[in-house]
Design a protein around this ligand. Structure first.
Ligand code: BYC
Ligand code: FE
Ligand code: FE
Length: 477
């Protein structure tokens, strides 16, 4: 199924066959473009950016590369092809045909999930809007813009579902997506991680590693939904998500590499903030660890409460599954099973068995944490291969939490509960301080000559569509 690019809004959902919907989306399109102009990548309108655009939804060759001015990017509506005999894989409707329309009794839950998902997409573009001004290389600038246009497309994907399946409420929600803004005191984005600032490229790479990875797991769960149009939208979004996490993993890896290279060049072992790494313009490993602690902990919050009746309802009614649902070997009903969860009991964190149905948020968080660890291991391999004795580590899941039962307590990165006084005394060892942030900010100067790179990060090993690092990925005009 290829995509019709002759229409105002490229799509593979036969939009021209539904004039009402087409008109509604065409009315939303200029509002989206206005939003992009005001809150998308700053002062980037005239740049020619070497971008990938989806031209089919098939696995091979869905991406076409060319120079594009970002406001002319063909944001469109692409769902993976439908499988007409798909059935629901879990919950009380297991075995029944997947829904092609929204079941009336689940309308508000589905709307809420789609709105929450959709809200994160433009939020991330808003968070990243100033980064172009301080890019470490043209390669990195291009990747930033690639991610930004794709997050814009993810918003389109959710707005399509709202407008196509939720009538008037859906149209109102589509408007509201452009009215809430990241960090806005009156109308903030829905989830807290999307109201934080992304003021520098270390934060940005951590965000795309940890927070885009929440996207992978949430989209993976929604891709199991009994509501087929949602499932198909999320499947296609997941193909784009892989690149976002790749940018994060390799970005952090290259900063780690540079720190190690500097330590080797200047023969210093100490990797802390007072070390030579900073003196020579790199980012020391201890500071990288602090940023990791921050971004991991706020991303872990995105999975919600450990035990959640909302999550139980979503699962039981077939609207949101578990990650890789069809590959899990159990009854897919979870009425009689239990799941092991860390719980706060008094001043201790202990392992408890909880009803599996109530623990689906926590199970997803477990899957997420395991996946986060893979990249940390690769970063540590870079350090070890460079001959240094230091390991980055994910903090304990109870560390620095704002959502769930651990929000009530303070712990150290190992998960030992500590008093507020001790937290106040020690948190600057664990989370970025104002001074750390100022140091990172002091490194942020744009490097925009093809083939050149900033001093705090190593050049990439990978190519983009076979083009090497020295390729002119962005032309400024
Ligand atoms: N912040 O029962 P619970 C991505 C609220 S990232 C604030 O656990 P639920 C991307 C909750 O609303 C993927 N509030 O809630 C990445 C509820 O409020 P009420 C984003 C929170 O609903 C990078 C109460 O606490 N996708 O795509 O089961 C760049 C009870 O909690 C938070 C999704 O999130 C929070 N973190 O779980 C671009 C998927 N957590 O009812 C894009 C859709 C909980 O008491 N969303 N609350 O007023 C969901 O599946 C669920 O809404 C959540 C929350 C997992 C987020
Ligand atoms: Fe996204
Ligand atoms: Fe993403």
């Amino acid at each position: 199924m290829s995509i019709n690019y002759n229409e105002k809004i490229p799509n593979n959902v036969n939009l021209s066959g539904d004039r009402r919907l087409q008109r509604a989306l065409e009315r939303w399109q200029p509002k989206f473009l206005n939003w992009w102009d005001e809150l998308g990548p700053e002062k980037s309108t005239d740049f020619d950016v070497y971008l990938r655009t989806a031209i089919s939804v098939e696995k091979d060759g869905w991406a076409h590369f060319d120079y594009v001015k970002m406001p002319d990017y063909r944001w469109g509506i692409f769902l993976t092809p439908s499988n007409s005999d798909r059935t629901i894989d879990f919950g009380i409707h297991k075995g029944q045909p997947a829904w092609q329309e929204v079941p009336g009794e689940y309308r508000s839950e589905l709307r809420r999930l789609i709105v929450t998902q959709g809200d994160t997409e433009p939020a991330s573009v808003e968070q990243q809007r100033h980064l172009g001004k301080t890019c470490p290389s043209l390669y990195d600038l291009r990747n930033l813009f690639q991610i930004n246009v794709e997050e814009g497309r993810h918003l389109w994907a959710m707005v399509y579902l709202l407008q196509a399946y939720f009538g008037r409420d859906g149209r109102d929600e589509a408007e509201a997506m452009l009215e809430r803004h990241s960090g806005d005191a009156d109308k903030p984005r829905i989830l807290e991680a999307f109201n934080e600032e992304t003021p520098d490229w270390l934060s940005y790479f951590m965000f795309t590693y940890f927070t885009d990875r929440d996207g992978k797991f949430q989209l993976g769960s929604l891709a199991e939904s009994g509501f087929d149009p949602l499932a198909r939208s999320c499947r296609f979004m997941l193909t784009e998500e892989a690149h976002h996490m790749f940018v994060g993993e390799t970005g952090v890896g290259r900063i780690v590499q540079r720190a190690c290279d500097l330590m080797n060049e200047y023969k210093t072992e100490n990797s802390g903030p007072k070390s030579d790494v900073r003196k020579y313009g790199g980012i020391d490993l201890q500071t990288i660890q602090k940023y990791l602690n921050f971004h991991f902990s706020i991303s872990v919050d995105l999975f919600g409460q450990e035990l959640s009746t909302n999550a139980a309802t979503y699962f039981n009614t077939g609207i949101k599954g578990r990650f890789g649902e069809s590959k899990i070997d159990d009854d897919h009903l979870l009425h009689d099973s239990s799941y092991s969860v860390l719980e706060l009991q008094g001043q201790r964190i202990i392992n408890c068995d909880a009803p599996a149905l109530n623990a689906v948020n926590e199970r997803l968080r477990d899957d997420y944490i395991e996946d986060c660890n893979l990249g940390v291991r690769r970063w540590n391999k870079i350090i070890a291969d460079s001959g240094h004795n230091f390991s980055l580590k994910l903090p304990h899941r109870a560390f620095h939490r704002g959502i769930g039962q651990f929000a009530e307590i303070q712990t150290d990165p190992e998960g030992n509960i500590i008093s507020q006084t001790e937290w106040d005394r020690r948190h600057s060892d664990w989370l970025p301080t104002h001074e750390d942030q100022q140091y990172i900010q002091s490194l942020m100067h744009p490097v925009t000559e093809p083939g050149k790179i900033a001093g705090w990060i190593a050049p990439p090993k990978s190519k983009i569509n076979r083009h090497p690092f020295k390729f002119e990925f962005v032309r400024f005009n």
